[in-house]
Design a protein around this ligand. Structure first.
Ligand code: SAM
Length: 243
């Protein structure tokens, strides 16, 4: 059964535009995932269908109201028998990374709630068992780009979405034999471009040597750029000789 992803947003067209391209689209076409978008403004009352109001106690900006979001969540949740893993996009959430992507890819159903304005009435947090997720220490105008980042990272991990060559297992942050490493440098044609040559080893056709070079490069790049990814004792050094 495909992973079901529900996205609650005030801007479904913005979300749809991204889901209709590239890997998110291919993932749906291959039957690995299905997307369902809902606009929680449709659940708001009154002629203006307001979803936001001024914060109690004063202060800048507007806050998303409880009622339309509670109504939308209950309605959308009931559209499928599987109870969703609820994801609230917020800068105050746990930091998104490849491990979290893998965790979410193992679920049967995900429901994302995209905030806007100054965020959520606290009772929206209190009323549901949210997995609060942040995509980084910066503030976006809304949760859509955050939800789409998470969705993109998740659906490419679903079985059958990527072909073997582009396998997610050999990308940056994948946990391999040598730990969690950034990806090694990649090259394609031509062999020489503006004085820069492809390293000879990659042209040698010697798979063992190529693999050794790639691991060494990945370790070096990780040590230089992201030493925090390496285990306390440093990465296991690639063995000399036959691999
Ligand atoms: N006033 C809020 C605060 O300081 O935490 C920020 C609100 S932000 C302008 C509007 C919405 O964008 C948030 O409710 C959240 O859904 C989303 N958002 C912004 N930055 C985000 C981030 N780094 N990660 C995940 N969602 C984010």
């Amino acid at each position: 059964m495909p992973l079901r992803i529900d996205i609650l947003t005030l801007f479904p067209a913005m979300v749809q535009a991204v889901l209709s391209e590239s890997i998110p689209r291919i993932a749906a076409e291959k039957g690995a995932v299905e997307y369902h978008l809902a606009n929680f403004r449709d659940f708001a009352e009154g002629v203006h269908q307001s979803v936001d109001d001024r914060p109690y106690g004063g202060g800048a900006g507007m806050v998303l109201m409880c009622r339309p979001i509670y109504m939308a969540l209950r309605d959308v949740t009931a559209r499928d028998q599987r109870s969703p893993h609820l994801v609230l996009l917020t800068p105050a959430g746990r930091r998104f990374n490849q491990d979290v992507a893998r965790e979410l890819a193992a679920k049967e159903r995900l429901l994302f709630l995209c905030g806007r304005y100054e965020g959520f009435d606290e009772r929206i947090r209190q009323g549901f068992a949210w997995d609060e997720i942040s995509i980084g220490d910066y503030v976006l105008s809304g949760g859509e780009l955050a939800a789409l980042s998470v969705v993109d990272a998740v659906v490419r991990l679903l079985p059958g979405v990527l072909n073997k060559e582009a396998s997610a297992e050999i990308e940056s942050f994948a946990l391999g034999r040598h730990g969690r490493l950034l990806e090694y440098p990649q090259y394609t044609r031509p062999v020489e471009f503006e004085g820069m040559r492809v390293p000879d080893v990659l042209l040698s056709g010697h798979h063992g040597e190529i693999e050794k070079w790639r691991v060494a490069q990945a370790v070096q790049r990780t040590r230089e750029r992201r030493p925090d990814l390496l285990p306390p004792g440093g990465a296991e050094r690639p063995k000399e000789g036959k691999d």
